[in-house]
Design a protein around this ligand. Structure first.
Ligand code: HEC
Ligand code: HEC
Length: 260
């Protein structure tokens, strides 16, 4: 990697493998060797908040939240697309365009899946509990506040950062697998327990409102299996695996066939 060289421009002085600096800060042969000390210049999503956001930023580097396209057009000073193009230019010193585009398809799909299936629903449940007075505004005095923090801050960030930096094990086993377990096995049962307590202690209307939020989330197609079972989907997956890999492939999960 020519680390002792005075000049360290990707594509000119080295091309073996990238470091953090290569991708986030260093100059390269396709940007005239210009170094930046603003890592945000090449980042299109922020994966730090509970729900990831697209990094269309204004002149003060703040995320533009306006939804009206005309208003956005005026406010956006540096778009997420421009930031992404700058990063793609770095990658393109070592990879072909199709390879880089395929990476970004997978990355976007993962972040959107996390956002839509778990993060926005989790946030809606937490907001409903607060609004209806079933949890206190004090952070971390209710068990569910720890659960939610683990879901987005630990596991959800691991999944998203894993996907953003080509780490499949972090994306799945230390990421989305744990997000899903936390959501179905802790967040939902704890919310239901709080709803039941609310109803028992005379807060019927509040309990019913939060109950509606939880029920409507679990009624969506992507969550339906949780209450209704997934025998049909499992059958379809098994058929597809056998079509691809032959009759011995993919026993159903109940038979212990899928492990890491
Ligand atoms: C192969 C290039 C590459 C390398 C090497 C790399 N990164 Fe990244 N990093 C990325 C990409 C791509 C993203 C996601 C960019 C986007 O959102 O468009 C990212 C995202 C991040 C983020 C997330 C920022 C946020 O707000 O969500 C952090 C933090 C980060 N990188 C730190 C590091 C550190 C520290 C290292 C070295 C240990 C490193 N990166 C190495 C390409 C790289
Ligand atoms: C300095 C050259 C260099 C740069 C810059 C670079 N890569 Fe790579 N990348 C490599 C090499 C070399 C490998 C193969 C590592 C191996 O075979 O173990 C690799 C592997 C990968 C992989 C496969 C990882 C896996 O688990 O199999 C992906 C995806 C990838 N790079 C995407 C990117 C993206 C996206 C960028 C820009 C954000 C980028 N790379 C920037 C050199 C680079």
């Amino acid at each position: 990697m020519n680390l002792d060289a005075d000049s360290w421009v990707l594509g000119a002085d080295y091309a073996a493998a990238p470091t953090c600096a290569t991708c986030h800060m260093s100059g390269h042969s396709k940007n005239g060797g210009r170094v930046t000390h603003d890592p945000g210049e090449r980042i299109s999503w922020t994966n730090r908040p509970p729900v990831s956001r697209v990094m269309d930023t204004d002149a003060e580097h703040r995320i533009v939240t306006a939804s009206d396209p005309a208003e956005r057009g005026v406010l956006i000073h540096d778009s997420a697309d421009s930031k992404r193009s700058r990063m793609k230019n770095v990658c393109s010193n070592c990879h072909t365009p199709a390879y880089i585009d395929a990476f970004y398809v997978q990355y976007d799909d993962l972040v959107v899946l996390y956002n839509e299936k778990f993060a926005k629903p989790g946030q809606a449940i937490m907001e409903a509990l607060l609004r209806e007075g079933l949890r206190t505004p004090t952070q971390f005095d209710d068990e569910i506040e720890w659960t939610w923090f683990y879901l987005w801050h630990h596991e959800g960030r691991r999944a998203r950062h894993g996907a953003s930096m080509m780490a499949p094990d972090y994306t799945h086993w230390h990421g989305m697998y744990e997000v899903a377990e936390r959501f179905y096995m802790e967040l939902i049962p704890q919310a239901r327990e709080m709803i039941a307590h609310g109803a028992q202690s005379g807060h019927d209307a509040a309990a019913a409102h939060v109950g509606d939020v939880v029920d409507s989330i679990l009624a969506r197609p992507e969550h339906k299996w949780f209450s209704e079972g997934a025998a049909e989907q499992a059958e379809r997956i098994q058929q597809e695996m056998q079509r691809r890999y032959g009759p011995a492939a993919a026993p159903l999960p109940e038979t212990g066939g899928t492990t890491r």
